[in-house]
Ligand binder design. Structure first.
Ligand SMILES: C[S@@+](CC[C@H](N)C(=O)[O-])C[C@H]1O[C@@H](n2cnc3c(N)ncnc32)[C@H](O)[C@@H]1O
Length: 273
């Protein structure tokens, strides 16, 4: 069922990319109501719309039917946040968001796999942690950039997803008392994500027994523009092998950075072998 939801979202994005004639730097859509293609709790959809409406990244919104799905289009600009996010010596990836709907679908998948907490590493505006909270999981968002964390603090009035302004490589995860967490790593392997994931993996290994109970969600790419990994897995194969992990599932979902691309972003779910 979640795989179908992911496929329907990809089709919706492709349809939208064909007909979108606006000029905004970033744009995304969220269905207005639940439907056969998007069987999502109405209350959850309302939360996703609130997240976009309250989020200063977006400056315009309007209704548009895409295919046969009535949606709201959200148009925005992330330039100032992108620029701020690259100024840190220990930053491993610049800010660019996944789609809000993709955050929701990927967390839904983590929930289906039985994870109880979501840790959004390099969380940007916190949309993955927010969606985890919408879906009733405990969530924590770790972001190095203070401007983005200030933005997240505007959004926790909707649902508190616990933002922390910290370098995720030095953050003390034992303070969260995690039981069965999924870590979402916010950065392509080839764009600094490997360093980000390796640093967090090292921290988790130092907490007794936690690695065995932990899942990993890596955002990948098949784009030829990037150096490819000899072990594949959309750029994550070497890290997965080196850390004795095994990928269990991949779902492809739209992101801001693939809006004009034919391929979506593969999210690779992995865990200890
Ligand atoms: C590609 S964005 C991903 C945003 C979000 N996870 C999403 O999917 O929408 C990567 C984010 O990681 C943050 N970041 C980079 N290095 C970091 C680090 N060492 N610790 C915490 N955050 C970091 C950046 O500031 C940026 O906001």
């Amino acid at each position: 069922m979640i795989e179908n939801l992911a496929k329907n979202l990809v089709n919706l994005k492709k349809e939208f990319a064909k007909i979108y004639d606006g000029k905004s730097q970033i744009q995304e859509i969220i269905p207005i109501s639940d439907s056969e293609s998007f069987p999502i709790e109405q209350q959850d959809l309302e939360f996703l719309h609130q997240f976009a409406t309250k989020n200063p990244i977006y400056y315009n919104s309007y209704e548009k039917t895409v295919g046969d799905t009535p949606c709201i289009v959200y148009e925005g600009d992330i330039n100032k946040y992108w620029l701020n996010s690259i100024q840190y010596g220990s930053s491993r990836a610049p800010f660019s968001p996944t789609w809000i709907m993709s955050a929701y679908v990927s967390v839904l998948f983590a929930k289906e796999l039985g994870y109880r907490e979501v840790i959004d590493i390099g969380s940007g505006d916190g949309r993955i942690a927010f969606c985890a909270k919408v879906l009733g999981l405990e969530s924590y968002s770790i972001e190095i950039d203070n401007m983005l964390v200030d933005l997240q603090k505007l959004l926790i009035s909707i649902l508190d997803f616990h933002p922390y302004c910290s370098d995720s490589i030095v953050f003390d995860y034992s303070s969260l008392n995690l039981s069965h967490p999924a870590f979402f790593i916010g950065g392509l392997a080839q764009m600094g994500g490997t360093a980000l994931a390796s640093g967090v993996l090292e921290k988790i290994e130092s907490i007794s027994e936690l690695k065995k109970k932990t899942g990993w969600v890596f955002a990948g790419t098949y784009s030829q523009k990037y150096h490819t990994d000899p072990k594949n897995e959309a750029g994550w194969g070497t890290l997965i092998e080196k850390n004795n992990l095994q990928s269990t599932q991949t779902i492809s979902l739209p992101t801001v950075w693939t809006f004009r691309e034919p391929d979506e972003t593969p999210y690779i779910f992995a865990q200890v072998i």
